[in-house]
Design a protein around this ligand. Structure first.
Ligand code: 3SL
Length: 232
């Protein structure tokens, strides 16, 4: 029976062996939601990179460049990190270099994994179905906020884990995530709206909770292959 583990923060990755496992990167608000949205809207690929400087280098290759730090779009980039910025008319057929505060960081920190997938509420059911078919050991990596645990990524880890019935749960963090999900799933918006990142959004005038919590809006399975994320 394959196993499932949950890592609540990128700071904890060092305590987990990711080799021979599939990883799901989770940054509900908003990087992994934006990646699912962009691929569903027809983007060809997304290249996660560490720094805004690295990101801009891709412009000479004809890529769109997306950069966010501390919740804000950086000046001089085509888009920040709101899913709604990745509209079909802008992204269809395009490659997009992207750097974000936590989501792309968590992904790049997980590169020792055998395979890396992208999870969000936008692709929950299809991703769960795909992972069941693949039947590999899985580690759910929550991006959190600057190495701190956050509510929305932990919730999503619980939502996904609760659908993976054929997996053996080996760690308390997965049990905790499932408990959280079971206690919150009937009032998802209300629970996430109390999170620190939702409060940060309110301060910044960002209104992306509705799109990021829109269950199964974007049925895609994004996988990081080589240096880019594509829909498989
Ligand atoms: O940290 C990240 O990767 C972002 O998702 C943060 S934000 O939602 O764009 O503020």
């Amino acid at each position: 029976m394959p196993t499932i583990e949950t890592v609540f923060s990128p700071a904890l990755i060092q305590h987990h062996a990711l080799e021979n496992r599939s990883v799901v990167i989770i940054d509900v608000l908003r990087a992994t939601s934006s990646i699912c949205y962009a691929l569903f809207e027809g983007a060809r690929s997304l290249m996660p990179v560490s720094t805004p400087e690295d990101c801009l280098r891709y412009r000479t290759l004809g890529c769109l460049c997306a950069a966010e730090r501390n919740g804000l779009k950086l000046d001089g980039f085509d888009m920040g990190n709101s899913p709604l910025e990745f509209s079909r008319d802008l992204v269809q057929g395009r490659d997009i270099a992207i750097t974000t505060t936590n989501g792309t960081y968590a992904l790049l920190e997980s590169r020792s994994a055998n395979r890396i997938f992208i999870g969000s509420f936008l692709n929950l059911d299809l991703l769960a179905h795909y992972l069941m078919m693949e039947n590999q050991d899985i580690t759910l990596v929550c991006a959190g906020w600057k190495n701190k645990v956050n509510l929305e990524d932990s919730l999503f880890a619980g939502a996904l884990a609760s659908k993976l019935n054929d997996f053996e749960i080996r760690c308390d963090s997965t049990l905790m995530a499932i408990e959280l999900w079971e206690n919150s799933k009937d009032r998802l918006y209300e629970v996430v709206d109390r999170s620190s990142h939702a409060r940060r959004f309110k301060r910044l005038g960002v209104d992306d909770l509705p799109v990021c919590l829109d269950l199964n809006r974007c049925p895609v399975v994004p996988e990081y292959l080589g240096d880019r994320i594509v829909a498989v």
